[in-house]
Design a binder for this molecule. Structure first.
Ligand code: SAH
Length: 257
């Protein structure tokens, strides 16, 4: 016996960070954050993590900042595994929900392949919560009975065109600002009505949140004129119509903050 303590393996928890404000984390995510040795964070979701963890916690930002080279996914996977192999409790903080376009599945698979204990805590996805922040219920009874969630950069598939054409379906587009002209052009060519309402919600749940309302016919011009930028969620469908809930819809806001 040397008396040396064996380096036991740590663990990785992918936690959903929600759309931004720290109080949109689940209690489970918060508890894991308070017990973390290492936090690996993204550009979206809560970015003020330093204020919410102890001074000894290592906070690593692998976020994709425009104009900077993002940390490749492989390197993120390796980082999670390496820190856990060092015996650390690693929290991988992801924007929104880890399994909605967040490549969370790949990170879980990498941990499993390396024999690292791993778990996932769901988060509030921007796909639902960002429209909500603009007063848009993505499945408003009698208006929309289904939601089709797509990522903008992918090609516009037949399933997406069918969703856009169906006036009882809400189409929610993430990462869609750059791809908007192509999506709109494909939709119009496929016979989607030009008066289909569109809402673009930028920086949902942040103080500088902004909503641009338009229709398929005019959204490219309107978005250009407004200078719409990522992060934004684009909602296509009748639920995106202004005044759906009441004229000049205005939610009361959170009195707890
Ligand atoms: N896993 C995340 C999505 C990651 S993809 C989730 O469940 O929310 C990144 C895209 O999410 C962005 O390009 C944008 O379309 C959207 N997004 C995330 N947070 C947002 C926010 N606060 N406001 C607007 N869009 C947001």
């Amino acid at each position: 016996m040397t008396g040396r303590v064996e380096n036991t393996v740590g663990r990785v928890d992918l936690i959903g960070g929600g759309p931004g404000p720290i109080d949109l984390l689940t209690l489970r995510a918060w508890r894991l954050l308070q017990r973390a040795d290492v936090v690996v964070m993204d550009r979206l979701g809560p970015t003020d993590i330093r204020d919410h963890v102890g001074p000894d916690v290592e906070v690593i930002d692998v976020g994709k900042h425009p104009g900077h080279h993002p940390v490749p996914q492989e390197a993120i996977n390796d980082l999670l595994v390496a820190r856990a192999q060092d015996g650390k409790r690693v929290v991988r903080l992801k924007g929104g929900d880890p399994f909605v376009f967040g490549r969370g599945g790949e990170e879980v698979a990498a941990c499993l392949a390396a024999g690292i204990p791993v778990d996932v805590v769901p988060g509030i996805s921007s796909a639902i919560a960002v429209p909500q922040a603009a007063g848009i219920p993505v499945t408003h009874r009698g208006v929309a009975g289904a939601v089709h969630i797509v990522n903008g950069p992918s090609e516009v598939t037949d399933a997406t065109l069918a969703a856009l054409r169906d006036d009882s379906v809400t189409t929610v587009i993430l990462m869609g600002v750059g791809a908007l002209p192509r999506i709109v052009s494909d939709a119009l060519h496929a016979g989607v009505p030009a008066d289909r309402p569109v809402a673009i919600v930028e920086r949902g749940h942040h103080r500088d949140q902004r909503t641009t309302r338009s229709t398929l016919a005019t959204v490219v011009v309107d978005a250009g004129r407004a200078g719409v930028r990522n992060p934004a969620v684009i909602v296509v469908g009748d639920v995106a119509r202004a005044g759906l809930l009441q004229p000049e819809h205005q939610l009361a806001g959170d009195t707890v903050r």
